[in-house]
Ligand binder design. Structure first.
Ligand SMILES: [Zn+2]
Ligand SMILES: [Zn+2]
Ligand SMILES: [Zn+2]
Length: 223
């Protein structure tokens, strides 16, 4: 077995949040957070503190473990989602078809069609694809990340998952109010996110903090 130190491809993508390890920093970190600014074609300081910039290592091809797991869930969701979006499209189109002949009704390109086109532009439309082969090439890994994001976006726009809801009986560890919200992951493998709705607090527990604070998170848990 060969050990590589390839990092998750998101670290080379300007249109993606890089996968980094919370609380760990690269040698060149100056303590500030940077973000790619398309109009300047370079990274600019956001003025915020850096919470971790050490890239996550790739685990499958050029994807880190969370990206790989999200890709697998996105691929599992793809078949039924594509069917649903096609069906929606058929349902939506006749609305613009005002009937009675005469002037040709303008048929808007529906949101579902746009979503499906975007998803297919990355993945193609084959019934099955080889995910391992896909993410072993840099361009493929980038496409796979964009595919996952597009599927996630479509699932958000046409939701089939549970809504965010309050966490009962557990106080926010920072402000001690009963104000925690549980935000369910859109894709299996996505990060867990719990945040505090008290605007003066803003406590956020994301996946990394969740992993580090097992004791506390056991108490919150998934509902
Ligand atoms: Zn840093
Ligand atoms: Zn990643
Ligand atoms: Zn709070």
């Amino acid at each position: 077995m060969t050990v590589t130190d390839a990092v998750c491809v998101t670290n080379d993508m300007h249109d993606s949040r890089p996968c980094t390890i919370r609380g760990e920093h690269s040698d060149i970190c100056d303590g500030y957070e940077y973000r790619w600014a398309e109009e300047h074609r370079r990274y600019v300081a956001t003025g915020k503190e850096c919470h971790g910039c050490l890239p996550r290592l790739a685990s499958n091809g050029l994807l880190c473990r969370p990206c790989w797991e999200s890709l697998q869930s996105a691929e599992n969701a793809y078949g039924p989602l594509a069917e649903l979006l096609e069906e929606f499209d058929v349902l939506v189109v006749p609305i613009g078809d005002g009937g009675g002949g005469g002037e040709k009704a303008r048929i808007p390109l529906s949101g579902t069609k746009i979503a499906l086109n975007e998803i297919s532009s990355y993945r193609g439309t084959a019934e099955t694809i080889d995910l391992d082969a896909w993410v072993s090439r840099p361009e493929g890994a980038e496409e796979a990340v964009r595919f996952t994001r597009a599927v996630r976006g479509a699932l958000r726009s046409f939701p089939t998952t549970e809504d965010p809801h309050r966490v009962p009986r557990v106080r926010c560890p920072q402000c001690e109010l009963l104000s925690l919200m549980w935000r369910p992951p859109v894709l299996a493998g996505d990060s867990v996110r719990i945040d505090c709705r008290n605007p003066e607090c803003g406590f956020v527990l994301d996946q990394d903090a969740f992993d580090k604070e097992q004791g506390w998170s056991m108490k919150v848990g998934a509902p």
